[in-house]
Ligand binder design. Structure first.
Ligand code: OGA
Ligand code: FE2
Length: 531
C-alpha cells in the first residue's frame, strides 16, 4: 500500500489547461449562469404546460361533441349549424391543432443553452476538480467516507457525494493510473450501494474497476475475492472469468517462486524504500503543517514572541496611530500586522483584480521564463499604484511599515485560490544557480515579502514554512512580512514556504515583493554573510 501512496504523490498532477476550478472568483460566474438557465428552463416548462393545457381543453371539448354525435349521427347533422361546424373543424381547426401540437416551445431555452454552453467547464475542468478533491483527501488525511458525507470542518453548505459521484472519482483516478485512490473511491461507491442507496451505478462495473485497482497494487487475494463477488452478480462476465483464471495461475506460480525467494528482490525493495524516504520528508512536513500538526516551536522560544504597537520606526504617519504587530515566528523572523487593510480597501482591490485574474505563472528554473505549473494552482492579477489611489495608498503603507523603498518593488499581486488551490514549497527569492529571473527588472533580488490576507479561509489555506515548522493562518485584514535575504544579499533558505490547499472556502491574498535596489541605506549590509 505504501508503495502506491508514494506513487500517487509522485504522479504529476497536471492542471495545465484547467482553469475554472482554480479560482472561486470565476466559478461564481458559473453559478449565476446556472441560475439564469434554471429560470429559462422554468419558462420553457410553463410554455409547454400552457400548450398542453390548450390541447387538453380541445380534446375534452371534442370528446363531448363526438360522444353526442356518434350516438345519433343523423339527428346531429340534421342541424345545419352542426353540419357547418363539422366542415369547419375538419377543414381548418384540426389543422390548427396539429400546428399547436407540433409547435416547438423550447426555442428560448435551447438558444440560451447553446450560448451559455460555450462558456461551460470542459472535461479537463471536471478532471481538474476531481483531482483537487483527491489531493485534499491526501493533504488533510480525510477518509473517503468523511469526504463523501461532506463532513468537513467549517462548511456552510453541506453537500454529499452519491455512489455515482464516488464511482466517477474512482474512474478519474483510474485513468490517471492512480490505483490507490481508485480503490478507495470504488470501495466507497460499493459501500453506499450496499447500504441501500438508490442509484444507477452498477455494482458489476464498480467491482470490475475495483478488482483491477487492487490487483495493480499487488493484493492478489483481495482481487480474487472481488472478482468472485462480481461473478456471483454476473456469472457470464467474460473479463472477470478470464481474470479469475489468470489470478489462479499467478497465485500458483507465486507459491512456486516463494519456495526459492531471492535476495535481489529484497534489495530492490530496500532501494525503493530508500527512494520513498528520500522524497517524502518535505512533502510530509508540508502536509502536516497544513493540518496544523508538527509545529516546531518550543515554549521557551514562544515566550520570546511578543505583540506591540508599532509606529514604523517613528514614521510621522504612524506616531499618533501606531499599528498592531505580532511576532509570528522568530527564525526566520515573521511578523504579522493586524487591521492593516480595511474591508473597503479589500473590496476595491478584489474588484480591480477580478476582471484580470488569470492562471498564476512561475519562473521555470531551467529557462527563467514564466509558465503555469501544477504546483501553483491559483489565479492572479497585477495592480499598479497608478491605476487606483487605494493601491497607491497600500504601497505607501508597506513602505512606511517596512522602512523599505517600494519604488523598486514589483506591482501588487492579487491572488485567489479556489478549493484545492495551493502553491507548493518554494522560495520567493532567485537562487544563484538559476538564470536570473529578475534581470529584466534591474532591481536585484526579492529582498522581502509582504503578504496581505484578504479573506478568512473556512478550512485549510495556511502559509507554511516546512524548513522551520511554522504555520501562519490566514486572518482577514492582516498581513505578514519576512525578509528573504540576509543583509549580505545571501538567500535565507529557512524562508522556504508554501500556500496549503484550500479545503473549504476561498482564499484571497495579495503580495508585494520588495527588491534589493533602493534599500542600500535602509538595510545596510553587515560584515557576516548569514547574519
Ligand atoms: C506566494 C506565496 C503564500 C500564500 O504567492 O509566493 O507564497 O499563503 N503565497 O498565499
Ligand atoms: Fe511565496
Amino acid at each position: 500500500m505504501w508503495c502506491t501512496v508514494a506513487l500517487g504523490l509522485l504522479l504529476p498532477f497536471s492542471y495545465a489547461h484547467t482553469d475554472f476550478f482554480t479560482s472561486i472568483g470565476h466559478m461564481t460566474d458559473l453559478i449565476n449562469t446556472e441560475k439564469d438557465l434554471v429560470v429559462s428552463l422554468k419558462d420553457y416548462i410553463k410554455a409547454e404546460e400552457s400548450k398542453l393545457e390548450q390541447i387538453k381543453k380541445w380534446a375534452e371539448k371534442l370528446d363531448q361533441l363526438t360522444d353526442t354525435a356518434t350516438k345519433d349521427p343523423e339527428g346531429f347533422l340534421g342541424h345545419p349549424v352542426n353540419a357547418f361546424k363539422l366542415m369547419k373543424r375538419l377543414n381548418t381547426e384540426w389543422g390548427e391543432l396539429e400546428s399547436l401540437v407540433l409547435k416547438d416551445m423550447s426555442d428560448g431555452f435551447i438558444s440560451n443553452m447553446t450560448i451559455q454552453r460555450q462558456f461551460f467547464p470542459n472535461d479537463e475542468d471536471q478532471t481538474g476538480a476531481a483531482k483537487a478533491l483527491l489531493r485534499l483527501q491526501d493533504t488533510y488525511n480525510l477518509d473517503t467516507d468523511t469526504l463523501s458525507r461532506g463532513n468537513l470542518p467549517g462548511v456552510k453548505h453541506k453537500s454529499f457525494l452519491t455512489a455515482e459521484d464516488c464511482f466517477e472519482l474512482g474512474k478519474i483516478a483510474y485513468t490517471e493510473a492512480d490505483y490507490y485512490h481508485t480503490e478507495l473511491w470504488m470501495e466507497q461507491a460499493l459501500k453506499q450501494l450496499d447500504e441501500g442507496e438508490v442509484s444507477s451505478a452498477d455494482k458489476v462495473y464498480i467491482l470490475d474497476y475495483l478488482s483491477y485497482a487492487v490487483y495493480q497494487q499487488g493484493d492478489l487475494r483481495k482481487a480474487m475475492m472481488l472478482t468472485k463477488r462480481l461473478l456471483e452478480l454476473d456469472p457470464e462476465h467474460q473479463r472477470a472469468n478470464g481474470n479469475m483464471k489468470y489470478f489462479e495461475y499467478i497465485m500458483a506460480k507465486e507459491k512456486e517462486a516463494n519456495k526459492s525467494s531471492t535476495d535481489s528482490e529484497d534489495q530492490l525493495e530496500k532501494e525503493t524504500e530508500f527512494k520513498k524516504k528520500d522524497y517524502l520528508p518535505e512533502r510530509r512536513k508540508y502536509e502536516m503543517l497544513c493540518r496544523g500538526e508538527g509545529l516546531k516551536m518550543t515554549p521557551r522560544r514562544q515566550k520570546r514572541l511578543f505583540c506591540r504597537y508599532y509606529d514604523g520606526n517613528r514614521n510621522p504617519r504612524y506616531i499618533l496611530g501606531p499599528v498592531k504587530q505580532e511576532d509570528e515566528w522568530d527564525k526566520p523572523r515573521i511578523v504579522r500586522f493586524l487591521d492593516i487593510i480595511s474591508d473597503e480597501e479589500i473590496e476595491t482591490v478584489k474588484e480591480l483584480a477580478k476582471p484580470r485574474l488569470s492562471r498564476a505563472t512561475v519562473h521555470d528554473p531551467e529557462t527563467g521564463k514564466l509558465t503555469t505549473a501544477h504546483y501553483r494552482v491559483s489565479k492572479s492579477a497585477w495592480l499598479s499604484g497608478y491605476e487606483s489611489p487605494v493601491v497607491s495608498r497600500i504601497n505607501t503603507r508597506i513602505q512606511d511599515l517596512t522602512g523599505l523603498d517600494v519604488s523598486t518593488a514589483e506591482e501588487l499581486q492579487v491572488a485567489n485560490y479556489g478549493v484545492g488551490g495551493q502553491y507548493e514549497p518554494h522560495f520567493d527569492f532567485g537562487r544563484k544557480d538559476e538564470p536570473d529571473a529578475f534581470k529584466e527588472l534591474g532591481t536585484g533580488n526579492r529582498i522581502a515579502t509582504w503578504l496581505f490576507y484578504m479573506s478568512d479561509v473556512s478550512a485549510g489555506g495556511a502559509t507554511v514554512f516546512p524548513e522551520v515548522g511554522a504555520s501562519v493562518w490566514p486572518r482577514k485584514g492582516t498581513a505578514v512580512f519576512w525578509y528573504n535575504l540576509f543583509p549580505s544579499g545571501e538567500g535565507d533558505y529557512s524562508t522556504r514556504h508554501a500556500a496549503c490547499p484550500v479545503l473549504v472556502g476561498n482564499k484571497w491574498v495579495s503580495n508585494k515583493w520588495l527588491h534589493e535596489r533602493g534599500q542600500e541605506f535602509r538595510r545596510p549590509c553587515t560584515l557576516s554573510e548569514l547574519e
